[in-house]
Ligand binder design. Structure first.
Ligand code: SF4
Length: 289
């Protein structure tokens, strides 16, 4: 049985940079806190915690003083920086440069229209990147999770539309089309400004992943359950190969998936470490099928 790894999988550069920064500080024996999970992958978080990193939530962050705290690639709202200043916290800011640029863009648009610009963001309300972006507009962003949510938009006002970086192109297009359709009915078709804020590191993989998923009899996709891009990329695999399985840990692998297969492909999300993907490969090879 052939078992191959998708060489476009593994961390995106934003996540890689945040993890490298954490490792560098931990090696210097610096007491390091990370605000929220550094990456949506439990096993990678555990590995870094074993090296000494402490993951804290926002309530704990408000309580600590004089410590060093790493901000992950998703970015943060302005109040995180204010709390750090007040509590003499040294911030190691690993906000991905793409997210940083996106935050500035939203902030500038919002402020340039006297805080009256209607900012609409396609994304998951509870996702840290969305919270960080919404914070740039003093939480005046209309977050749209699905087509039905466009009811919250005022169609008599200009719309500045953005997407969370890890959303799928197809779903973003559905939102764009639904807004355009509603605008036609209200005769306000010129009031939409669509911004392409999807991350190439994710959507650039879509076509390559489709080809990869088709090549094998069985496809294993490795990702944390709460990874937004992981779920999106897995759906692509599933649509191309019905024998696709989503796993987060090697203990979830079942020998019977491979019993009649001659080829297996393994891929993962932008938050999946390569060492975990390699462990999955080794476990499948250990079945000696
Ligand atoms: S997915 Fe893209 S925007 Fe998000 S952290 Fe990775 S490189 Fe940055």
């Amino acid at each position: 049985m052939i078992v191959e790894i998708d060489n476009t999988s593994g961390f995106c550069f934003g996540v890689k940079a945040a993890i490298n920064k954490a490792e560098e500080l931990l090696l210097q024996n610096i007491e390091l806190y990370c605000l929220g999970q550094i990456v949506h992958n439990e096993m990678e978080v555990e590995r870094l915690e074993e090296l000494g990193m402490k993951t804290i939530d926002y309530e704990e962050f408000k309580e600590i003083k004089n410590k060093t705290v790493l901000l992950r690639a998703h970015g943060e709202p302005p109040e995180t920086y204010e709390i750090a200043k007040k509590n003499n916290i040294t911030l190691i800011d690993a906000t991905c440069p793409i997210v940083d640029k996106f935050q500035k863009k939203i902030k500038t648009t919002f402020e340039s229209q006297n805080n009256l610009a209607q900012i609409v963001l396609f994304g998951k309300k509870s996702h840290p990147e969305v919270i960080g972006l919404n914070g740039q507009t003093n939480y005046n962003t209309i977050v749209v999770e699905k087509v039905e949510d466009i009811e919250e938009i005022d169609f008599n006002k200009p719309i500045n539309l953005y997407s969370q970086t890890t959303k799928s192109v197809e779903n973003y297009n559905l939102i764009i089309e639904a807004i355009k359709e509603t605008q036609k009915k209200t005769e306000n078709e010129n009031l939409l400004n669509v911004n392409n804020t999807l991350c190439r590191q994710v959507y650039g993989r879509n076509d390559l992943l489709k080809e990869f998923a088709k090549k094998y009899e069985v496809l294993i996709f490795v990702s944390g359950k709460n990874s937004s891009n992981g779920n999106m990329l897995f759906n692509i695999c599933k649509s191309e190969n019905k024998n696709s399985y989503f796993i987060s840990d090697i203990s979830e692998i079942k020998k019977e998936w491979f019993e009649n297969a001659d080829s297996v492909g393994i891929s993962g999300a932008t938050s999946t470490p390569m060492w975990l993907i390699e462990m999955v490969r080794d476990k499948i090879l250990s079945f000696n099928l």
